[in-house]
Design a protein around this ligand. Structure first.
Ligand SMILES: Cc1ncc(COP(=O)(O)O)c(C=O)c1O
Length: 384
């Protein structure tokens, strides 16, 4: 095949005419002589639409998934002396939330097939200090929420899901947003939908918890009495009016965007089905959030490393990839405070194998064929 460039993050077309119109409408209204960014009906509309889509009673929109996780940490009272169990195969902020609140993170190992946190390994790490469990719906695949429900039922320990990759994901025939104590979503610009570059939300079935999060995203304010009260110390984690407005138009098309991703990820799986050196991701298709397509180089079968593989793909074939993720304990900030991969041999190995391929909602059939071809050629070139 002729060499062509397929960069990682080649999304383009993030916004369509309805998104542009929605943003322009609220900005134009604020530009009028008596206009302002208040009131904010778009906030409630977005929250109600998101709760409906994700199968939760309540959704509280905030300005990132990181701040959504932090609101949950504050609402659960996570602090010094507490332990929070999470997966090492995640973006740094899942674990960072607990560390930033003064708690100790305890890494439990992942399931080698789904790459999600393994509930059986979590059970081994529970102590009297365990304050919460933070699983991640990795790449958009729902984790074993029933098993985590059983852990909560037996121990009382709340589970907060990092659902940054998982809008639209289902467990069985149910969306995941109402499961556990809460779920935290991201609408940052490379996620399946975005609120003008940044955004997030907490969804929950627990109305009291929702009210705590709602307070914490606005300085701890409690409305409803004769005067506003400050019930706890919170921050300003709100989005702006144009972000809520665009969140609504994006949400209206999230199912189409997710389908486009699912189809392409399944297609790349088909194109790579005859490559024994590559371990393919499971679960893509209906019910998968299909945020990332993460293949693994089977390092037991080849004599080159994953960095050599991705460097050759890029330098020789101009195919960009990304790594989701290095194990959290390998980041210098975590090394400095004594974290290691002890007790997580599966994650340690998987983190050395993962390669995210460049598949996005508009990736063409030609690019998918080219990427599959380039992967096969790279394995051949390096295996010589
Ligand atoms: C698993 C996971 N959690 C949390 C985040 C943080 O999201 P945000 O950038 O909205 O804070 C990300 C972002 O990429 C993520 O992938």
């Amino acid at each position: 095949m002729e060499i062509r460039e397929v960069p990682f993050i080649a999304m383009g077309g993030l916004y369509e005419q309805d998104d542009l119109d929605a943003a322009a409408r609220v900005i134009a209204a604020a530009a009028a002589p008596q206009g302002s960014f208040f009131p904010l009906p778009e906030e409630n509309d977005f929250q109600n639409a998101l709760a409906g889509h994700e199968g939760a009673r309540k959704a509280i929109a905030v300005n990132s998934c990181g701040t959504a996780l932090d609101c949950c940490a504050m609402a659960l009272g996570i602090g010094p002396g507490d332990e929070v169990i999470t997966t090492p195969l995640t973006f740094v902020c899942t674990a960072g939330t607990a560390v930033a609140r003064g708690a100790r993170v305890v890494f439990a190992d992942i399931n080698p097939t789904t790459l999600c946190l393994d509930p059986a390994r979590v059970r081994e790490k529970i102590t009297a200090r365990t304050k919460a469990i933070l699983p991640v719906h990795f790449a958009g695949l729902a984790c074993d929420v029933d098993a985590f429900d059983r852990i909560t039922a037996e121990t009382g320990i709340p589970v907060v899901y990092d659902a940054a990759h998982a809008i639209g994901a289902r467990h069985g025939d149910r969306p995941v947003g109402g499961r556990g104590k809460a779920s935290c979503y991201s609408f940052q610009s490379n996620k399946n939908i975005t609120c003008l570059g940044e955004g997030g939300a907490v969804t929950t079935d627990d109305e009291e918890f929702a009210e705590r999060v709602r307070q914490l995203k606005t300085f701890g304010y409690v409305y409803g009495g004769p005067a506003v009260r400050v019930a706890s110390v919170g921050f300003n984690y709100r989005m702006t009016k144009p972000q809520y407005a665009v969140g609504l138009t994006q949400l209206a098309k999230v199912d189409r965007i997710t389908r486009d991703r699912q189809e392409r990820m399944l297609r790349l799986n088909d194109l790579l089905a005859d490559v024994p050196e590559v371990i393919l991701p499971v679960g893509h298709g209906p019910g998968h959030g299909s945020h990332l397509h993460v293949i693994r180089l089977d390092t037991d079968r080849v004599r080159f490393s994953t960095p050599e593989f991705t460097a050759h793909l890029k330098n020789r074939y101009q195919v960009g990839t990304a790594k989701h993720y290095p194990a959290v304990w390998t980041w210098e900030a975590f090394q400095e405070i004594g974290y290691s991969g002890e007790g997580c041999p599966i994650a340690a190995k998987v983190c050395e194998q993962v390669v995210s391929t460049p598949v996005f909602p508009r990736t063409s059939e030609e690019d998918l064929r080219y990427v599959a071809w380039a992967i096969k050629e790279t394995i051949r070139d390096l295996g010589r």
